[in-house]
Ligand binder design. Structure first.
Ligand SMILES: [Zn+2]
Ligand SMILES: [Zn+2]
Ligand SMILES: [Zn+2]
Length: 322
């Protein structure tokens, strides 16, 4: 059976399983859906592999050999092990496959891995999220890169079911985002991080604030997927940290101070450097300038010193040692 056929059947079996109101079926549904999506991308790698390369692009190990006919060096696949998510993304990117939001594939992989750990409370909502991610990946990939309409390869029934599940999930997601957008967040960095907020229990994006009029650490969250409640810091800390990671990387690379750094109190990368306050646990940095010479302190000194710049601290230590 061709790899494309395998991919399609796996996705179809996944969607058939989802129909059932049985937790074990949901588990196998997500497994099948994820496997099917990966096969779809692998099928493209198989197609792009040079002839007589033993499907080099699909294999984790690729070795160079000399072509006896031409004397040229060619790369061929070795062994049985085939590429996994990160390699698939890197190789397709390198081969000019654009327009696919790989974050959706990563998120799908996370759901696939999470369900193994949350077996007892397997939320059907996570499955809906997985279907929504899969649908967007299929839409972005099939016509532009496989020259096939999704409905033609998956069949009307399967595709319609995917569309309706996605619509339900996205309506729920919109409702959650409207709720989150209505809250007056204590810092701009938190407002900016709304899209990164997930349930700390099941990692679903379907989280909202219990009382949108609450402020600061009185804000609590409820997950529409697993129904668990969560405290302000448990959602906001990881969200700010995730949201600012990219910006911090570039700021530090350019020799600037990061937007956020690891908070000595809660451990999240959510301590807002300019404000001197943690967006998650609200603990504050005590000093901004040296109490002796009044020079502004570096970030390091603000975090770890007792109010003196390193120069004055050094001088102080010397006096004390005499
Ligand atoms: Zn949850
Ligand atoms: Zn903190
Ligand atoms: Zn000083």
């Amino acid at each position: 059976m061709s790899m494309l056929r395998n991919a399609v059947e796996s996705i179809q079996v996944g969607m058939e399983d989802f129909h059932e109101d049985d937790d074990r079926r949901v588990l196998s549904a997500i497994r099948n859906l994820y496997a099917g999506i990966l096969l779809l991308f692998k099928y493209k790698l198989q197609q792009l592999s040079p002839i007589n390369s033993d499907e080099a692009l699909l294999k984790t190990r690729v070795i160079p050999v000399t072509d006896p006919a031409t004397g040229e060096v060619i790369w061929i696949g070795k062994g049985k092990k085939t590429v996994e998510v990160q390699d698939i993304i890197e190789r397709l990117n390198a081969l000019g496959i654009t327009g696919v939001d790989w974050k959706l594939l990563k998120a799908l992989q996370d759901i696939r891995n999470d369900i193994e750990h949350y077996y007892s409370q397997l939320p059907v909502e996570r499955m809906k999220e997985a279907v929504a991610n899969a649908l967007h990946l299929i839409t972005q990939f099939c016509e532009p890169h496989l020259d096939e309409r999704p409905v033609d390869i998956l069949g009307q029934e399967c595709w319609d079911l995917m569309l309706s599940v996605t619509a339900v999930f996205e309506a729920e997601l919109r409702a959650c985002q409207e709720n989150l957008n209505s809250v007056s967040w204590p810092f701009d960095a938190v407002t900016e991080s709304i899209d990164s907020m997930v349930c700390p229990e099941c990692e679903s994006r379907l989280v909202k604030v219990t009382d949108p009029t609450a402020t600061r650490d009185a804000i609590t969250f409820i997950c529409s997927s697993c129904q668990e409640e969560a405290l302000y810091a448990a959602v906001v800390g990881p969200a700010v940290s995730a949201r600012m990671a990219g910006r911090n990387h570039w700021r530090v690379k350019d020799g600037d101070e990061p937007v956020t750094c690891a908070c000595p109190e809660c451990g999240e990368d959510a301590l807002l450097v300019d404000e001197g306050e943690c967006a998650a646990c609200f603990s504050e940095l005590e000093y901004s300038s040296c109490e002796d010479c009044e020079e502004p302190l570096s970030l390091e000194e603000r975090l770890y010193s007792e109010g003196k710049c390193s120069y004055c601290q050094h001088r102080w230590d010397k006096i004390m040692a005499e």
